[in-house]
Design a protein around this ligand. Sequence first.
Ligand code: A3P
Length: 345
Amino acid sequence: MIMSVNYLEITDPTYRTSWKKRNQPGFVLVEPKQYWRIPIREPGWKPLPCCLTTRFKNMADEFRAMKVHKDDVWLASYPKSGTTWSQEMIWLICNNLDYEEARKKLLFMRFPFVEINGIADLPGGMDFFKLAQQMPSPRFIKTHLPVGLLPDQIWTVKPKLVYVYRTTKSVIVSYYHHSVTLSNYKGTLEEFTRSFMRDLQMYSPYHEHVIEYHKISQLDNVLLLNYEDMKKVSVKHSFQDLVSVVKRTCVFFNKSYTDEQIAELCNHLSFESMQNNPSVNAQEMVDMLLAQSDRLDERENEDRRFIRKGKVDGWKADLTQELADEIDDWTRSKVKSEKYQKLFL
Ligand code: A3P
């Protein structure tokens, strides 16, 4: 098999001296090669290396060569951007609102996270890459990989591809809590944020992740969703904007539902309903990981939930004003174009 990527060692001195202390996995930068099929036609554009765990080396080439089906549904995102929420919405829209099946079968089996075995050591030996490959059509596939590391056939077969994104400060805070909960991250929120701003958290760099998917969003088979749009609350109708996002998603998938059916779906997708839904809230996995790291006593801590706070400005409770301003300054310094800047601030 042809090597589809280069692996670059991380030279950042802070990372090198402190990753073990923070209980982080070993990272490597994965740089895509042969990206000419990606339909971003800007002179000089090339995908940036992506920060992943060294374990990704075991699957990078096989993944790039993965067979893609025309009727696949791919959902991509930077972690903590509303992926689970979008997965449940898309799966139900595409499966005739089959709530019974959605309750019976865990979301991560209906809509597998395709590269997870390439980034984490999973208990129980489940192989989600294999599961995704063997699923009956239409397959529903979640990925956090950037445009440059998607299977090559994405660009020739052109399945439907949805991308969801969320503002920077919310992503950082949510990602920090996620890392503490699921990976027993031992650093502080400030340390996490500083590594994030050096593009040294898994799937970073974040801005480019979002921008690259925006650059392919003119394609007919691509739909962009935004966490904040899904969350906006109207005075008249508490689900107003989730309603418009659901309707837009229905049009994208050529599906049509009555207003009552859409209202019922929005109810099902509300934060409270999802937080209490064992098919999507990953509580079993969280409990297992807390038990493994001898932290079951943290189970009652609200921040140790997978579906955690679900707020647009929840970061205000965690970030100091100084750190929040630093994050915004970082965005302004990295993203010069106003068109893209507004996606992040
Ligand atoms: P918080 O940690 O800020 O609460 P992902 O699925 O990409 O990992 O994203 C997780 C984030 O989406 C978490 O954010 C989670 O609470 C939020 N989320 C999940 N379901 C939601 C819903 N129905 N409404 C609002 N936010 C939701």
